[in-house]
Design a protein around this ligand. Structure first.
Ligand code: FES
Length: 351
């Protein structure tokens, strides 16, 4: 049985390689002409040291100078020695440029464009070589906006196994993508997409998970839920809770899908809130008002947050106020109309 290894580079680019049975990660990468850093290839120097975000493997033979017991326990590993026993996600030291593994560009065709209100579009795309476009749920692609020199970044809202790719796009006044979608976009248009990018992706569920979404920040979380729901991940052994907040009622999108995930995924619950005091929603206010002590689990919780910068700051302050440090806090900040260049710098993970 072969396994997919996601190699996530420091510049946010992710490349996938396939490892055959008993093949080391180093050999799998070499076959795909990806130069992850190596020296001895013998478990002696530690040059290839990487961090395993998720998956199981046999660490192989190495000496303590290359990888200490403590490092191995924390999840560090040696790609020249390790043999995958499941799909893996590795954080590799170095950039994709250094590894001669730059992001790939795909030509996508618009198959559907629909609107939730006048401010949020759902764009569905097909890619002919879909099998080559592998991504981790939570990641994004850079779009070359047709007819312009502009590029914009959008997270997949579809799961990694879906045939078609789906993205949620919030409009911005006179934004390049907004103008394209509202004035020129047609089914059949082609759009160049580059990626996948980003370190905001679903890790193994080892403790309770709290997902926090602001506005179209729900997109990458939908992709994660799709992966969980379609059984690519095992049914979560710990509770997964989502708090989804928006400004106005009309900003709420994909509620049917969320309900479907709530029905399909054991241990998954949702709270939705709307900030507008005039809202007809049951829960009015901000996301932090709808997080319970049980969900915080005394800090033994993995938090995934995608929302605007003000929301990320508010949630950080909230941890301080509550005296909580989550076991892992993964977040992606977005600004409406953000450029591709800005996006990777806006993503973060705080252990
Ligand atoms: Fe030396 Fe892997 S290359 S330990």
């Amino acid at each position: 049985m072969s396994y997919q290894i996601a190699l996530s580079f420091e510049d946010g680019v992710t490349r996938f390689v396939t490892a055959n049975p008993n093949e080391t990660v180093a050999d799998a990468a070499y076959k795909s002409r990806i130069n992850i850093p190596f020296d001895c290839r013998d478990g002696a120097c530690g040059t290839c040291k990487a961090f395993c975000e998720s998956g199981k493997y046999d660490g192989g033979d190495y000496i303590d100078e290359a990888l200490t017991e403590d490092e191995a326990e924390k999840g560090f590993c040696l790609p020249c020695q390790m043999v995958p026993e499941s799909d893996l996600v590795l954080q590799v030291a170095g950039t994709s440029e250094m590894a001669k593994a730059g992001a790939t560009t795909f030509e996508a065709t618009v198959t559907d464009l629909s609107w939730f209100a006048d401010n949020t579009a759902a764009l569905t795309l097909a890619v002919e070589n879909r099998g080559e476009l592998k991504f981790l749920p939570g990641q994004y692609m850079n779009f070359a906006v047709p007819g312009t020199e502009a590029s914009r970044s959008y997270s997949f809202s579809s799961g990694p196994a879906a045939d078609e790719l789906r993205f949620l796009i919030r409009t911005a006044p006179e934004g390049a993508m907004t103008t394209y979608l509202k004035e020129r976009a047609q089914v059949g248009d082609t759009i160049a997409l580059t990626g996948p990018m980003g370190s905001f992706f679903l890790r193994d569920i080892k403790r309770p998970v709290l997902m926090l979404a602001g506005g179209t920040g729900i997109a990458p979380l939908l992709s994660m839920l799709e992966k969980i729901a379609t059984g690519l991940e095992e049914a979560p052994a710990h509770p997964v809770h989502l708090v989804y907040g928006v400004t106005f009622d009309k900003d709420l999108v994909e509620l049917d899908k969320l309900q479907h995930y709530a029905d399909a995924i054991e241990n998954f619950t949702i709270a939705v809130c709307v900030a507008d005091p005039e809202s007809t929603a049951e829960n009015k206010g901000y996301v932090t008002q709808y997080i319970t002590a049980a969900q915080l689990n005394d800090g033994d919780v993995d938090v995934y947050l995608c929302g605007p910068p003000a929301m990320v700051d508010a949630v950080r302050k909230y941890w301080d106020t509550r005296g909580i440090t989550p076991a892992n806090f993964y977040y992606e900040r977005f600004a409406v109309g953000s450029t591709a260049a800005a996006a990777p710098a806006l993503a973060g993970a705080v252990a």
